[in-house]
Design a binder for this molecule. Structure first.
Ligand code: HOZ
Length: 411
């Protein structure tokens, strides 16, 4: 496998290391092939909100397993999961299941182009929307982690249709939108960015996107692959009270199995085949195992609504770390919303990608390894967010603080 991995960030290349190979996980703990244990702050990049191997999810998968793994045909399960999602994210009046966040954003772009009859897309520098051709322009996550230019293999004619503008910057956007000359199909944004580290969108900026899309006859796409059911039950759109035309969801709604979904206004979604002419399909879409896991996770989340508790837990850890860093004169900023959080080695909380680039790489790398040596598993890149689960209880929080105190002493 190239780099020994099936997805670049986990290769640890950016932190000059080698990937860790894991064999099991339970609650907040990951166990590697050498029996080392780590307190996990990645949570499979989102889905493990109730911790690893949650019995509700495992039992749901087991029960479905006995009934078959894939039918390539409709099931009641798909309708159940769709109804649960719609109950919490009402802007998804109709939705379609896919197998990953990449598929979800890719399908949103095609649908936006087909629906509006326009071609151009605006995205924001440092936002990452999966490895979709049209969206791998000035992208975050692994593309930034490895300092890659926009990926080879994407025809320049296609890339030319994607415009990039700085995140949280209304003035810059107003200039960029003029360049799209009334051919703007959509603006796509992570309303809470998790692929250039963790940066919440500024409310004025996000509200402006809504207004500009309305004014230009373009669609507003919220990429909530990370924030959906992760920052709150209704995602970032419920926190900001902004209604996108289309929403992309990903791994989180599959409880750890491969899933994505996209959806939005009925009038737009009904342009999809078989009702409309815009084509999108997939044999494993709505896969019964993934649907069962997703239903178990979302039902449990709706019942316990853990998001305030999760925010308290990560803030508790991070504010403690901030004090320790400051006492050593190390610039440090941090923020948390629901089950997502982030930290940067710079004094002021970054507002956009350029701010993140300026944050200290050398100290990030040192802190990453000092933490890893203490059994704390953070994302191996400053361009990724952190995730916490309901199984990170007070004992785990206290252990994390103690271990990180030791890690910080080594800096
Ligand atoms: N690009 C993913 C997070 N933003 C990481 C994927 C992975 O390595 O699993």
């Amino acid at each position: 496998m190239p780099g020994g991995v099936n997805s670049p960030v986990r290769a640890f290349k950016n932190v000059d290391g080698k990937p860790i190979f894991f064999k099991s996980a339970k609650g907040p703990i990951l166990i590697d092939e050498d029996e080392n244990e780590y307190i996990d702050f990645i949570g499979s990049w989102g889905p493990m909100i109730l911790g690893h191997s949650n019995p509700l999810i495992i039992d749901a998968i087991k029960a479905q397993l006995e009934l078959g793994t894939s039918y390539g045909a409709p099931t009641k399960l798909e309708n159940t999961l769709a109804t649960i999602i719609k109950s919490q994210v009402p802007t998804m009046e109709k939705l379609r299941m896919v197998n990953s966040g990449t598929e979800a954003t890719m399908s949103c772009i095609r649908l936006a182009r087909g629906f509006t009859g326009k071609n151009k897309i605006i995205k924001f520098t440092g936002c990452y929307h999966g490895h979709v051709d049209s969206l791998l322009v000035k992208a975050g996550s692994g593309v930034s982690t490895f300092g890659l230019p926009d990926s080879p293999g994407i025809p320049k004619e296609l890339a030319a249709l994607t415009y990039s503008s700085p995140y949280n910057d209304v003035e810059a956007l107003l200039k960029v939108i003029k360049e799209t000359e009334d051919d703007l199909a959509a603006i796509i944004v992570e309303p809470i960015a998790g692929n250039m580290g963790f940066i919440p969108g500024n409310p004025e900026f996000l509200n402006t996107l809504r207004k500009l899309c309305d004014a230009h006859g373009s669609l507003l796409i919220f990429d909530e692959v990370m924030s959906g059911f992760r920052v709150s039950l209704g995602g970032a759109q419920s926190i900001y009270q902004i209604q996108p035309d289309l929403t992309a969801l990903g791994k989180v709604i599959g409880g750890g199995l491969p899933v994505g979904a996209f959806g939005g206004k009925k009038s737009i979604m009904d342009e999809l085949a078989p009702i409309g002419p815009i084509y999108q399909a997939g044999t494993l879409s709505g896969n019964p195992l993934a649907m069962s896991a997703g239903i178990a996770l979302l039902n449990a989340l709706i019942k316990i609504n853990p998001f305030d508790q999760l925010e308290k837990a990560s803030s508790d850890i991070m504010s403690h770390i901030k004090l320790l860093m400051h006492s050593k004169g190390i610039p440090f900023s941090t923020s948390s919303i629901g089950g997502m959080f982030g930290f940067f080695f710079c004094e002021n909380q970054p507002n956009n990608f350029d701010d993140v680039v300026q944050s200290d790489d050398v100290i990030f790398k040192k802190f990453f390894y000092a933490s890893l040596n203490q059994g704390i598993y953070f994302a191996p890149s400053k361009y990724e967010a952190g995730f916490i689960s309901s199984t990170h209880d007070q004992l785990i929080i206290d252990q994390t603080k103690t271990r990180l105190e030791k890690a910080i002493k080594e800096l």
